[in-house]
Design a protein around this ligand. Structure first.
Ligand code: ATP
Length: 240
């Protein structure tokens, strides 16, 4: 379970995450939705201890990330799919991470198979397509067989087959009782993947809901999402 209590981050005096409080429960996929720049990545970075909050806290199974022993085995994260040494093979990359976290080499082969990279595992990660890099990022997240998973925009750059694959994977991981928290700015994709939704705008909580309830007002999901977030963007578009 992930719990945020009044989590706040300011940049240049401006709150980009603003007293955010909510829970992400185990056993379902929770979508984290908001327009561009609404603070999703900053929130995830604070949950993972990569950015320090100015106020409030983020807890994973009741403790801050920094207090978790062997974190890879508790929390798996996909933040930036490009974060690999380009000269290293996918297998070497995973083996190095496994060695540092008391994870067996056989687990490396398992996750390579899960993400569909077994046949190309000896290739340098720098030669991978964007979709293959996303899959390697997912392999890293799964490596420690963690009970909690955070994925920031995992479908970015994936083709339709890859999108369906990640959707099925996330739903399967939640069905195993894991906590799955996945960000997106695409309501249509989240409607197919997530059960619960946490919607933010300008760093503030706009709604904690379910896909079913969001659509219940008779609107299309997209209309309901726009209605929720229309007053909470830093930009405005107009149709000529
Ligand atoms: N290191 C930083 N320094 C200053 N401002 C930052 C920093 N990181 C993020 N911001 C600002 O914080 C706000 C929230 O950014 P964030 O990346 O968390 O949003 P997001 O919801 O993930 O957006 P997107 O969907 O576009 O990825 C933005 O206005 C961004 O410019």
């Amino acid at each position: 379970m992930i719990e945020l209590r009044e989590l706040t981050k300011r940049y240049g005096g401006r709150p980009v995450v603003d007293r955010l409080s909510f829970r992400v429960e185990a056993g379902v996929v929770t979508g984290f939705l908001g327009p561009n720049g609404s603070g999703k990545s900053t929130t995830m970075r604070m949950i993972l201890g990569l950015d320090a909050p100015d106020h409030g806290r983020a807890l994973i199974d009741g403790v801050p990330y920094s207090a978790i022993d062997r974190p890879l085995r508790t929390v798996g994260a996909l933040l930036d799919a490009g974060a690999f040494h380009p000269g290293r093979s996918a297998r070497a990359h995973l083996l190095a991470l496994a060695a540092g976290n008391d994870i067996t080499p056989s687990r490396v082969d398992q996750v390579l198979a899960t993400v569909g990279l077994s046949d190309v595992a000896a290739r340098r990660a720098g030669t991978y397509s964007l979709g293959m890099r996303q899959r390697l990022g997912v392999a890293v997240a799964l490596l420690g067989d963690p009970g909690v998973l955070l994925l920031d925009e995992p479908v970015n750059g994936l083709d339709p087959e890859g999108i369906r694959w990640i959707r099925d994977l996330l739903r399967g991981l939640a069905a195993e009782g894991r906590t799955v928290f996945v960000s997106s700015h695409l309501i249509a994709e989240m409607a197919l993947t997530a059960d619960r939704l946490v919607v933010i705008g300008q760093g503030r909580l706009l709604a904690e809901t379910t896909v079913t309830d969001l659509a219940a007002g008779g609107d299309t999901l997209e209309d309901a999402f726009f209605r929720l977030t229309s007053q909470a963007t830093d930009y405005r578009g107009s149709v000529a």
